[in-house]
Write a protein that binds this ligand. Structure first.
Ligand code: HEM
Ligand SMILES: N/C(=N/c1cccc(CO[C@@H]2CCNC2)c1)c1cccs1
Length: 363
């Protein structure tokens, strides 16, 4: 059938490049393609070997146009959990991922791959955007916690979850087996490493009681490799400081902390021209970088990250691979024009393997 041909074509394209990169011979490649053709004819799909899955996941990171952290694409730890089909089993695997990635602060980049989509059905899905995120509560006009997560918080409450209503309640995981009602799982507190935010010079900032979690673990994107879709493949790296200091804690429709920082700095906030917002923003980002360093938690500043991305560009050119990128995401939200990225264009061509946004399980 034509969709078998389409799938086989995607497999050929992937195996060609993957086996060339892994140094396999033309014969090994031909033999593998023959096996894949037979498997597709028999079952309508095909199963990646451990090696194909591992290298495919690394290629997907390397092809992520919006990612500034791609220099380290080959260091990704890949956990093959295609054996997991129950929500309970998935919860165990997710706890293993959090433990491995956190590594007491010396963060290790990892991805856990759960079973692929089969005949249009997803064996198992996670509803969370990231494994560790803070609840957001709407209380008569004001919001407590992370306003980005108000809907997810409501979803968890509808499933019986009750948060403590602090600004930093870690949300439970919502996991759904195909055709089953979604289930709630509380991540043990001992697994959630957090960093209290203080400033090296401005003492008052510590009194604000701000903190953030150590490890970002994206759990709602789809990993596509050679025509096979993996709708549940949570992956983590470490944060770039600006994500926390210039967006999560600074955006007006997130924690909106710039006025509070300015107050601790004794800045007048009644004139734009004084650039008080910019002064508060820089000091908050200094505080984030200082705090993660103090806590021994891996974090990269946006200048270092940009230099690493430059090294990635050079490495890819030497490998004869074009670098694709999404400029609007690659430039950092603080001092973008001080990085080389700002001053050059990038082609935003989509190359697979890659990570894609997908409808959330409730859609
Ligand atoms: C190792 C340290 C890493 C750093 C510092 C880093 C940094 C970043 C940053 C700053 C963004 C933009 C996020 C935003 O603006 O909201 C991003 C996007 C992205 N990163 Fe990385 N990254 C790292 C590792 C990884 C890993 C291990 C993967 C996957 C295996 C990955 C895949 C992606 C993807 C797919 C996006 C785009 C997400 C979207 O479209 O919503 N990154 N990265
Ligand atoms: N540092 C990171 N940052 C992000 C990477 C991908 C996505 C996100 C969150 O994206 C949200 C949607 C747009 N901005 C917030 C953050 C990483 C997460 C997982 C591996 S590295």
């Amino acid at each position: 059938k034509e969709q078998h041909t389409e799938l086989f074509q995607k497999a050929v394209d992937f195996i060609d490049r993957c086996y060339a990169e892994l140094g396999f011979s033309a014969d090994q490649q031909q033999q593998r393609l023959q096996d894949i053709e037979n498997e597709i004819k028999e079952s309508g799909t095909y199963t990646h070997t451990m090696e194909e899955l591992s290298h495919g996941a690394k290629m997907a990171w390397r092809n992520s146009n919006r990612c500034i952290g791609r220099l380290l694409w080959e260091t990704l730890e890949v956990f093959d959990r295609r054996d997991v089909t129950s929500a309970d089993g998935a919860f165990e695997a997710l706890q293993d991922h959090i433990r491995y990635a956190t590594n007491d602060g010396d963060i290790r980049s990892a991805i856990t791959v759960f079973p692929p989509r089969k005949e249009g059905r997803d064996p198992i899905r996670i509803w969370n955007h990231q494994l560790i995120r803070y609840a957001g509560y709407e209380m008569d006009g004001t919001i407590i916690g992370d306003s980005a997560n108000v809907a997810m918080t409501k979803k968890c409450e509808s499933l019986g979850w009750q948060g403590a209503h602090t600004s930093f309640d870690v949300l439970p995981l919502v996991i759904q087996e195909d055709g089953q009602p979604e289930q709630l799982y509380k991540i043990p507190d001992s697994l959630v490493k957090e960093v209290p935010i203080s400033h090296p010079d401005i003492q008052g900032i510590e009194t604000l009681g701000i903190k953030w979690h150590a490890v970002p673990i994206i759990s709602d994107m789809l990993l596509e490799i050679g025509g096979i879709d993996y709708p549940m493949a949570p992956f983590n790296g470490w944060y770039m400081g600006t994500e926390i200091g210039a967006r999560n804690l600074a955006d007006e429709d997130r924690y909106n902390l710039l006025p509070a920082i300015a107050k601790q700095m004794g800045l007048a906030t009644n004139s734009n021209r004084s650039l008080w917002i910019d002064k508060a923003l820089v000091e908050l980002n200094i505080a984030v970088l200082h705090s993660y360093h103090q806590a021994g938690v891996t974090l990269v500043d946006h200048h270092t990250a940009a230099k690493q991305f430059k090294a990635f560009e050079k490495k890819e050119n030497n490998a004869g691979r074009p670098v694709t990128g999404n400029w609007t995401w690659l430039i950092p939200p603080v001092s973008p024009a001080t990085t080389h990225i700002f001053h050059k264009p990038y082609r935003n061509d989509i190359v697979t393997p890659n990570f894609f946004h997908q409808p959330s399980p409730q859609d």
